[in-house]
Design a protein around this ligand. Structure first.
Ligand SMILES: [Zn+2]
Ligand SMILES: [Zn+2]
Length: 273
């Protein structure tokens, strides 16, 4: 895993991560990662204040402090490892203007685009989403998810689409893959220049599988969609977590290079030997 980046890392501000932010960087250094990007969850701008769960994302008034902390870590570790300023931004249909105002608040290195909010609720909440799949139908929710993911790619707001096949998180899957819906999302990523992450987070979830699954990753690679690597760490020990499997899956899918971002400009590097 030496020479790989970790481009999806959270801080305590989101309410469900812990540890000192500099310990995440120290872990990346100890593993010999080439870069690390903090990508904390954007405030839940698309929900009214009273519906914003403090255990899901930072409060609005914490954003400036987050940016300042990452900038300070960037300076502190400048000689050792590039620390990038990123944001994991929810795409919420109909709230594009509000999102663009949030994205204008800092000079991000990388903006991750995530679809967690589907048809008026969370698609991946362990407390509520199993009941939703039962009531609303697996295929219906998957189709809406991929429709939104494609739409997110086309907004141009995002550099990387996260956890591409997120609805599988708790094991819900359509009887057979919805290849047309997947293909439309992949095509949108390719046309808009979005990368996708190969994320080890799925290995830590009930589905126990990388995001995206190998079949989808191979398809993305064959379309020429750039990839980056991520753990979705919510604790320092999760930085670079599972990367031996992640790297093996990347090789099997035909990945030869990965992308990193500097002020939202792509840089390509070969996979480490
Ligand atoms: Zn999180
Ligand atoms: Zn995340």
């Amino acid at each position: 895993m030496r020479g790989l980046p970790d481009y999806h890392v959270h801080t305590r501000r989101c309410g469900h991560a812990g540890g000192a932010s500099e310990d995440f960087v120290r872990r990346a250094l100890a593993l010999g990662l080439c870069e690390m990007a903090f990508t904390d969850h954007i405030p839940l701008y698309f929900l009214p204040l009273e519906r914003r769960d403090p255990k899901l994302a930072m409060k609005e008034e914490e954003l400036d402090d987050y940016v300042a902390e990452v900038e300070a870590l960037r300076r502190e570790f400048a000689a050792e490892i590039p620390v990038r300023l990123g944001l994991e931004a929810d795409y919420a249909e109909g709230h594009e203007e509000a999102l663009s105002r949030w994205l204008a608040r800092a000079d991000w290195d990388v903006v991750l685009g995530s679809v967690h909010w589907v048809a008026g609720g969370w698609i991946d909440d362990p407390a509520t989403s199993p009941a939703r799949f039962k009531a609303e139908g697996v295929e219906v929710l998957y189709r809406d998810y991929y429709r939104l993911l494609a739409q997110a790619a086309r907004t141009g707001f995002f550099d990387v689409l996260t956890h591409f096949d997120l609805p599988k998180k708790h094991g819900h899957r359509p009887g057979s893959p919805l290849e047309d819906a997947e293909a439309a999302a992949l095509a949108a990523a390719r046309e808009s220049g979005c990368a996708i992450e190969i994320s080890s987070a799925g290995l830590r979830k009930p589905v126990a599988e990388l995001y995206p699954e190998p079949r989808l990753l191979a398809r993305a690679v064959s379309l020429g969609i750039p990839v980056t690597f991520s753990s979705d760490a919510h604790a320092p020990a999760e930085v670079g977590w599972g990367y031996a499997r992640t790297l093996a899956a990347a090789r099997e899918a035909g990945v030869r290079e990965f992308v990193t971002f500097d002020r939202r400009r792509k840089r390509f590097r070969p996979l480490p030997a």
